[in-house]
Every structure is written in C-alpha cells, then in structure tokens.
Design a protein around this ligand. Structure first.
Ligand code: 6GU
Length: 242
C-alpha cells in the first residue's frame, strides 16, 4: 500500500518509523511519504492560512498550497488515490472503515489545522478522486495529525503479513461487533486474585462459551449502542439466555 501524508508539522509522524509500522515500511508492505505543505507555498513567509470569509474566530487554510499539493501527489492522468481529510465534521472512523481503507492501493491524507481547509479544495478534489472526511469521535483536536497516526495504526495492522498471528485479528474487540472478553496470563494467583477457573480447565468448549458470555455482558454494560446494532442472526439461544 502507498500512503502520502501532507501536513504543516511533518515531525508529528516520527512514530511511524517505530514498531510494526516501521517494520512494514522497511519491508515494503507500506510505502509511506510525509510531505510539508509549505513546500507548495511561494511567498517569503510560506503562508498557509488566512482569515475566514464571513468573519469568526481563527484562521482557515488557503486553497492554493493545497491545490498544488494535490496536483503533485494525485496527478490527473494517473489512477487517483483515496483522499482522506481528518476533521471533527467527518464520518466516524470505525473498524469497518479500517478494513475498507486497508484494501485501497493508495491513500492520501490531508491534515488540516486551525478552523479547517477552504471547502473548495475538497470540492475540487472530489471531481478527480474519492474524498472522505473522517472523525475519530465527538471531541476536538488541534489538527488532523494525531488522527492520521490513529488511522494508520488501525489500517496497517490489517495489511497482509504485518501481524504475525492472523487469528488474533479474528478474535479481537470489534471483530464480531462485541467487545473482547478479559484476558489473563501467569501466575494463576497474583496479589490474592485468581485467574477464572474455567480458563485453566482445558475444556475448550466451556472456555469459548465463557468468553462469549463475558463479551456479551461487557458489551451490554459498556457499549449498549453496539449491542443494539448487532445482527440478531449472529446470536444463538445460549447468548439470549446470558
Ligand atoms: Cl479527525 N480532527 C480533529 N481536528 N478533531 C477531531 C478529529 C479529527 N476527530 C475527532 N476530533
């Protein structure tokens, strides 16, 4: 997968050299480039923002540097990338969207700061490529940079070959619309607290049933919204009893 990131703070992306994302870059699974938006400014102050039309607080990112950046990174004649614009006004980022993005050959992230990017940049880009505004949740960040780190981590771990143990993708929280059951490791007793007996029983049927029940009660307690949107066809009789 190819990924381009445009930001006025390229230094934010240093962590993408670390750990499993760094490894995916080193072995060529992920071809990632970070670009400084100011590369596409031409005035001595390398200005990227200006005051909003219609008034109001804060500044808006000017369209010209963004237009040139997108022309350079998504030239009209080649197959276009999917443009992702992190913003609190976007559609909510989910595990389903992470899977969708992991299947794309080329992602281009445009990180806005201040009150956002001039709307015409997105409207013009949409004539050339798919554009998705994406939000992490209902709170406001300074800019899109940290959101891109989050999205890249969620997407990269789904790329083939990045995770050593592929079955862990199938068992994790959100994979089946439920939160995952609690996990334990050795020692069996720690500070007077015992690992649940069933997990040490060796009875794989009982263990699977226990984990499923824990996942259901956890999800009901913490995320009733997730339980409500679960497909009833995926629930069995013993789930309904739990
Ligand atoms: Cl993606 N960007 C910003 N600036 N704030 C956010 C966000 C994104 N998601 C939640 N809050």
């Amino acid at each position: 997968m190819r990924v381009d990131i445009v930001s006025i703070f390229p230094e934010y992306f240093a962590p993408l050299d670390l750990s499993l994302i760094g490894k995916a870059r080193a072995n060529g699974t992920l071809r990632l480039a970070v670009h400084d938006l100011r590369t596409w400014t031409h005035d001595v102050h390398r200005t990227v923002d200006d005051t909003p039309y219609g008034g109001g607080p804060g500044m808006v990112m000017r369209p010209e540097p963004w237009g040139e950046a997108l022309d350079a990174l998504a030239p009209p004649e080649v197959h276009p990338p999917r443009l992702l614009v992190p913003a609190p006004t976007g559609a909510r980022f989910t595990q389903a969207m992470a899977h969708e993005l992991a299947a794309e050959p080329h992602l281009l992230f445009a990180c806005g700061r201040y009150e956002g990017i001039d709307q015409r940049v997105l409207d013009h880009a949409a004539t050339r490529m798919p554009v998705t505004e994406v939000s992490l949740g209902d709170y406001v960040l300074f800019g899109g940079e940290v959101a891109v780190l989050v999205i890249m981590e969620a997407v990269t771990r789904l790329l083939p070959g990045v995770l050593g143990n592929v079955s862990s993708l199938d068992e994790e929280s959100h994979a089946h619309g439920l939160l995952e059951a609690p996990m334990y490791t050795k020692p069996a007793t720690w500070r007077g607290l015992d690992v649940p007996e069933v997990l040490r029983s060796g009875d794989h049927g009982r263990i699977a049933r226990w984990r499923r029940d824990e996942a259901l009660t956890r999800t009901a307690d913490r995320r009733p919204d997730m339980l409500a949107s679960l497909d009833p066809a995926t629930l069995d009789k013993r789930d309904l009893a739990a």
